[in-house]
Design a protein around this ligand. Structure first.
Ligand code: CO
Length: 458
C-alpha cells in the first residue's frame, strides 16, 4: 500500500513555529530539492502566508507563488483556504471568492484545501466549484472536534456530502492536535467505508498524539498524511516527515520519498532553525509537548490566548473560572469547532461572562453576528434564550450569508484605479486593505526611485 506525504514546512509548520515569518529568499535555495524529494504536494501558500507577506515581509504573495511554481515544476503546490472567508475572517461575495480561486490556480496552485470553521458546507460550495472549473484539485475538509453533536455518523455524513460536491480528496483537519489514535482509526475507517475518495489526515504534535494518530490513520486506510521536515516538526507543528517515513516503511508501506534529499532538506532548515532560535523568533517552548488541550478540551493556542488576555487585565486569578465557563459558552453556541475565529469568540465571551459577574451581560459583536447566523449554521442547537436576548423577535438568517452580499469587485476596482496593476492587486486589497495599500505605496516608491535613477543615468 502506498502512503503519500504533504510537506508543510513552507506553510503550516512555519506558521505554527515562527508565526509565518520565513521570507521567500530564505527558502528559495532549497526549493529544487523539495521539488525532487517525492512529496505528494508542498503546502506553501494560503493560511497566514498571504497576510504576513504583505504585513511583515514586504513581499507580493502572488509573486511569491509564481516564484515557487517556477522553482518546483514537478510537485503539486497546495494552499489552505477558509471557504467563503478566503484567508480572512469575514464572508466575501461570490465574485471575489471565484476570482481569488481562479487567480490562485493561474498563478500556480494545484491543490486547494477548503474548509469552513463550522463545517457548514454552503460556505465552501462556491470555492469548491470554482476550483474544479479552474482544473485544480479540491480537497474537501472536515474540521475535527469533539462534542456531543460531533458523532462518527455526523462526520461520515459530511464526508458523503463533500463527495457529492465533487471534491477529489477528503481531508480531516485536526487543527488542535486533539485527535487520538483511536479516534483517528475509527473515523478514517468509517469514512473509507462510505466514501471512495482518498483520505488526507492533518494534525499537529501539540499534545504528543500526532505520530500515533497518523500511524493509526494510515492503518485505517488514510492515503496522504501531512508532515513537516524534522527540524521544523513537533510541538505545535506537524509530526516529522522522516520519522513517519521510517515507521511506515517498516510496516511494509510504499513510501516514495528520497531519503538523501530529505537529509539535505533537513540540514538546510536546521541551520535556519538555529538562526530563528538565536534571534528569538522561535521560542523553544512551542516545540515541546503540551497536554493542556487534552485536560481542558480546548486548543493549546486558545489556552495561551486566554492566559495572555487575563494577564493583561491583571485577572489571571480568574483563569479557573474562565476555563470552567468556556465549555458552557461553547454548548450555548451549539458546539462550534474551536478553530479561528470561533476559538477567539468563545474565549472572549467566556471571559466577559466571568468578569462581568453575570452571564451574557455583555455579548460581543462577533457572537451577536454568529447568533444572527452570519457565520453559517451552528453544528448543534444554539441556546434559545440567548437567541431571544440578541435578536428579540427577529429571526436568525437561515440562508447562506454570502447570498446577502453585493458583488465586491467593482467597488474595489474603482477605488484602487491605477494603483492596482492587475486582478491580483485588487484581490490583495480586498483580502487585507490596509496592508495591501501600504504595500502598494512602498512598491510605487521603489519604482519611482528606480525610474529617477534610470533617467539620471541617461
Ligand atoms: Co494545521
Amino acid at each position: 500500500m502506498k502512503v503519500q506525504f504533504t510537506e508543510t514546512v513552507l506553510r503550516d509548520a512555519q506558521q505554527s513555529l515562527i508565526a509565518t515569518r520565513m521570507p521567500f529568499d530564505t527558502y528559495e535555495p532549497i526549493l529544487d530539492k523539495l521539488d525532487k524529494a517525492g512529496y505528494y504536494s508542498l503546502e506553501c501558500w494560503g493560511g497566514a502566508t498571504f497576510d504576513t507577506c504583505l504585513r511583515y515581509l514586504d513581499e507580493d504573495p502572488w509573486e511569491r507563488l509564481r516564484k515557487i511554481r517556477k522553482a518546483c515544476p514537478n510537485t503539486k503546490l497546495q494552499m489552505l483556504l477558509r471557504g467563503q472567508n478566503l484567508l480572512g475572517y469575514k464572508h466575501y461575495p461570490d465574485d471575489v471568492v471565484r476570482l481569488f480561486v481562479r487567480k490562485s490556480v493561474e498563478n500556480g496552485i494545484d491543490v486547494i484545501r477548503i474548509f469552513d470553521a463550522l463545517n457548514d458546507l454552503r460556505n465552501i460550495q462556491v470555492a469548491v466549484d470554482e476550483t474544479l472549473k479552474a482544473g485544480a484539485i479540491a480537497s474537501g475538509t472536515i474540521c475535527y472536534t469533539t462534542s456531543p453533536v460531533h458523532t462518527l455518523d455526523e462526520f461520515v455524513k459530511i464526508a458523503k456530502e463533500l463527495e457529492k460536491m465533487g471534491v477529489q480528496t477528503i481531508c480531516i483537519k485536526d487543527m488542535a492536535g486533539i485527535m487520538s489514535p483511536k479516534e483517528a482509526y475509527e473515523l478514517v475507517k468509517a469514512i473509507k467505508a462510505n466514501v471512495k475518495l482518498p483520505v488526507v489526515l492533518h494534525t499537529h504534535s501539540t499534545t504528543g498524539l500526532g505520530f500515533m494518530t497518523l500511524l493509526k490513520a494510515v492503518e485505517a486506510g488514510a492515503d496522504i498524511i501531512d508532515t513537516a521536515i524534522s527540524s521544523f516538526s513537533g510541538g505545535t507543528s506537524q509530526p516529522a516527515t522522516e520519522t513517519m517515513a521510517y515507521v511506515l516503511r517498516q510496516y511494509g508501506y510504499d513510501v516514495s520519498l528520497d531519503d538523501k534529499l530529505l537529509m539535505d532538506i533537513n540540514k538546510f532548515f536546521k541551520d535556519y532553525r538555529g538562526q530563528c532560535l538565536d534571534s528569538g523568533l522561535l521560542n523553544p517552548v512551542v516545540m515541546a509537548t503540551a497536554t493542556d488541550a487534552l485536560n481542558y478540551q480546548i486548543p493549546g493556542g486558545m489556552l495561551s490566548n486566554l492566559v495572555a488576555q487575563l494577564t493583561a487585565m491583571k485577572k489571571l486569578d480568574k483563569l479557573d473560572d474562565v476555563l470552567a465557563e468556556t465549555p458552557k459558552v461553547r454548548a450555548d453556541l451549539g458546539y462550534p469547532p474551536l478553530v479561528t475565529p470561533m476559538s477567539q469568540m468563545v474565549g472572549v465571551q467566556a471571559t466577559n461572562n466571568v468578569l462581568a459577574g453575570e452571564r451574557y451581560k455583555n455579548i460581543s459583536k462577533e457572537v451577536q453576528a454568529y447568533i444572527k447566523g452570519e457565520y453559517g449554521k451552528a453544528p448543534g442547537t444554539v441556546n434559545p434564550e440567548l437567541i431571544k436576548k440578541v435578536l428579540g423577535d427577529e429571526k436568525p438568517i437561515t440562508c447562506r450569508f454570502a447570498d446577502t452580499l453585493e458583488p465586491g469587485l467593482p467597488a474595489a476596482r474603482e477605488y484602487l484605479g491605477d494603483r492596482a496593476t492587475c486582478d491580483e492587486d485588487v484581490l490583495s486589497y480586498i483580502a487585507f486593505p490596509q496592508q495591501a495599500e501600504a504595500f502598494f505605496d512602498k512598491r510605487d516608491e521603489k519604482r519611482n526611485r528606480t525610474f529617477t535613477y534610470a533617467i539620471k543615468k541617461v
